[in-house]
Write a new protein. Structure first.
Length: 192
């Protein structure tokens, strides 16, 4: 529909750095995907490194979904079942972690962002010890989120499954029990 081979489009869609697309081709992809103006602008910002990065058009939808989960969950101590399957369809990483760093939930996008192929393997990790490149960075993050109640667009350095650094943008909220203690942190990670 946009005049390129399936093989080239697959490389383009996966973000291979050696694949460069002309503005004309990006516009053809946007037309083939029936993107609106905002989505087209976002596609251009992803495809052309020189363009300023735009916020994903689905981010607001994801944040409102998480706010609904937070509202429905207040005071519970287990990950709500409503978080499961719908979050696996989201293109941005969604997580739920305990104050001690135990990973309670991660969707497919987050697991893939960090290069893991198995949810079970990822859930067996500890975010403080195994995911943050610097444990001190997580300590600062914890103090700040506990003070403010939520954080938006904090940049962190995570450890990829292959050991390399991955810059992520984190937005998170503290979920508290009825007694006021911290039950967990619920948030989103996306590439920075």
């Amino acid at each position: 529909m946009c005049g390129v081979s399936v093989a080239w489009y697959t490389l383009f869609e996966t973000g291979r750095p050696d694949i460069r697309a002309s503005p004309r081709l990006i516009a053809a992809v946007a037309r083939a995907l029936r993107l609106d103006d905002r989505e087209t602008t976002y596609l251009f910002s992803l495809a052309i490194p020189e363009m300023p990065r735009m916020e994903s058009p689905v981010r607001g939808l994801i944040e409102s979904t998480l706010e609904s989960v937070i509202a429905a969950w207040s005071g519970r101590t287990a990950v709500p079942e409503t978080l499961g399957e719908p979050c696996d369809l989201l293109p941005i990483g969604v997580y739920c972690t305990a104050p001690d760093g135990a990973i309670l939930y991660a969707n497919r996008a987050l697991i893939g962002l960090l290069g893991y192929t198995s949810r079970a393997t990822y859930l067996g990790l500890n975010v403080a010890r195994d995911i943050y490149r610097s444990p001190r960075q997580r300590d600062v993050w914890k103090r700040e989120i506990e003070r403010a109640g939520s954080l938006r667009d904090v940049t962190a350095t995570a450890r990829h499954a292959d050991g390399r650094d991955v810059a992520v943008r984190d937005s998170a909220t503290v979920l508290r029990t009825r007694s006021g203690s911290i039950a967990c942190y619920l948030g989103i990670w996306e590439p920075a």
